[in-house]
Design a protein around this ligand. Structure first.
Ligand code: HEC
Length: 505
């Protein structure tokens, strides 16, 4: 037999245990030094490579979990069937190695930002690191205990404790990703009792709007839908959590997120109302933000005192707010609040074919509003100045189906907007930073379904904008950085009191 180091079979003297001991201890030292040497996490300054590698953490981590579960299972079978422990150090070598890789990637993810000050994240970091160290030590001990007369007791003890720490670390990581009640959310009541959890309510009873708690039943679901993915425990952008009332009041770096009684002074409203291309606009990076109704409801709740417990009936429930709540498309609206029904208006094959064909001219720009809708939305934002009037004419066959169009910062002019006369279903149009003028507003003033018009940074004037008073459904009008005067704005507000006019003043 050769005397080479063979990870898989009998040990060849003491070379292998010594080799694993030395590399193992160095690895442990390196891992423990990592958090101390790296300093405070600082996402924005991290090189992209670190952030890129960090994203592999959720992929790699399943490897050590699988391998250690298998090793444990084999060991248990060995114990109870009076067989010897499986020989060979290769599986545990791969298991411990992948645990180390998962820890390093996880650490990069943590440093990529967003987890600052999160206790869950810190606990997970240390327990994951603890597991990787325990895994390496277990590997070292396994290597020594492969000697013919060595006792297995110490190794087994270590293996069981490592797997214990692994379970703890995995649970912490899963809680960060899915929320702490992910596993138990739908648990049947006997199981909930055994775990000491509150029993689950039978069926959510339909509650009339007046009896719904505005914060819990309406406002928080809106925040959950639009904001919480980046502002929650374990992912706290701007040091602000928006998943509980207490955290909203506590606020972030810039102080409380809500100013009781004054929506205008509340940071969440302020950030959401900034023009979409403002760096501080929330949510960032073109993620879908509040719908007009959602914002109206949030503002109403804050203006009415931002109470965490009061029902809609206890607040001043105007017809507009009632209508706005009715339009909310959330997993709320039990009872009398109608949830927007997904229209079962399937697109015709012709329309599908046309849309598919236009995909070559406007890659990713033209999409159906939802899977079961023949309504279309269009965005030319990624094409920027390449979207010209000439190219725009290609959309003519589908304009009648269009409900939302974003032409911000493209080259289109009044000539294209004149064609929008055919877009009679249009509810939202963004023309910010385009060369359009008052001439376009004649066309827009005829599109009576329009709810939101963004004219930020255009040459429109008082005379043009006043024409929009003709729009019965108008809810939001963006006039930031235009020549429109406060007098004209006051006039529009008087004619259309429900309209939200965003001017940045
Ligand atoms: C895609 C992730 C993301 C989403 C979604 C998101 N935010 Fe943010 N938010 C951030 C980041 C990143 C910061 C920190 C940078 C900054 O202050 O602009 C931040 C900061 C903030 C701040 C400042 C907190 C402080 O005190 O410094 C407020 C307020 C805020 N967001 C409100 C909202 C609201 C309201 C929504 C939902 C409409 C929302 N965010 C959705 C990523 C997000």
């Amino acid at each position: 037999m050769s005397k080479e180091i063979d990870l898989d079979t009998q040990p060849a003297g003491k070379a292998l245990p010594w080799f694993l001991t030395i590399t193992g201890l160095l690895t442990i030292g390196g891992m423990i030094a990592m958090p101390f040497l790296a300093g405070e996490p600082d996402g924005d300054k991290m090189p992209d490579l670190v952030r890129f590698l960090g994203r592999f953490h959720p992929v790699i981590l399943h490897l050590p979990i699988g391998i250690f579960s298998l090793i444990l299972l084999q060991e248990l079978l060995g114990m109870f069937s009076k067989q010897k422990s499986p020989r060979g150090v290769l599986p545990i070598f791969i298991g411990a190695g992948s645990a180390v890789a998962a820890v390093i990637a996880g650490f990069m993810l943590y440093h990529g930002g967003g987890y600052e000050g999160s206790e869950l994240a810190e606990n997970h970091l240390w327990s994951g690191l603890g597991f990787a160290c325990a895994a390496v030590v277990t590997m070292i001990v396994k290597a020594w205990s492969l000697a013919p007369a060595a006792s297995q007791v110490f190794y087994r003890l270590l293996l069981f404790s490592s797997v214990g720490v692994m379970g703890f670390a995995s649970h912490g990581g899963a809680s960060m990703t899915h929320g702490t009640d992910y596993l138990t959310q739908y648990a049947p009541n006997p199981i909930r009792n055994a775990l000491g959890l509150e029993p689950r309510e039978k069926e959510e009873k339909a509650k009339p709007l007046e009896e719904q708690i505005v914060y819990a039943d309406i406002v928080q679901p809106i925040l959950n839908k639009r904001c919480v993915q980046c502002h929650k425990e374990g992912k706290i952008k701007g040091k602000l959590r928006m998943d509980t009332y207490e955290m909203l009041v506590k606020g972030g770096k810039e102080g409380s997120a809500i100013e009781v009684g004054s929506a205008e002074d509340s940071n969440i409203v302020y950030r959401a109302e900034l023009p979409e291309d403002d760096e501080e606009h929330m949510p960032p990076d073109g993620k879908p933000g509040f719908e007009a109704e959602e914002l109206a409801v949030v503002k109403w709740w804050i203006n009415e005192g931002a109470d965490p417990k009061k029902t809609a009936g206890e607040l001043n429930l105007t017809d507009e707010i009632r209508a706005a709540i009715g339009k909310l498309d959330l997993a709320i609206g039990k009872g009398e609040v109608a949830v927007k029904e997904a229209s079962s208006d399937q697109p015709s094959d012709d329309l599908r074919a046309t849309v598919a064909k236009l995909g070559t001219d406007f890659p990713g720009g033209l999409t159906f509003e939802s899977q079961s809708s023949s309504s279309l939305t269009f965005t030319g934002v990624s094409m920027r100045k390449n979207l010209t009037d000439e190219l725009f004419t290609k959309l003519a066959p589908v304009l009648a189906k269009m409900v939302a169009i974003d032409l911000s910062a493209t080259s289109v002019t009044d000539a294209s907007i004149a064609k929008l006369a055919a877009a009679t279903d249009l509810r939202m149009v963004r023309l910010s930073e385009t060369g359009i003028t008052d001439a376009s507003l004649d066309t827009l003033a005829k599109l009576t379904k329009l709810e939101s018009v963004n004219l930020y940074g255009t040459k429109v004037t008082d005379a043009g904008v006043k024409k929009l008073i003709a729009l019965p459904n108008l809810k939001r009008l963006y006039l930031w950085q235009t020549a429109v005067t406060p007098e004209a704005i006051a006039e529009i507000k008087k004619a259309l009191p429900a309209v939200e006019i965003v001017t940045g003043i």
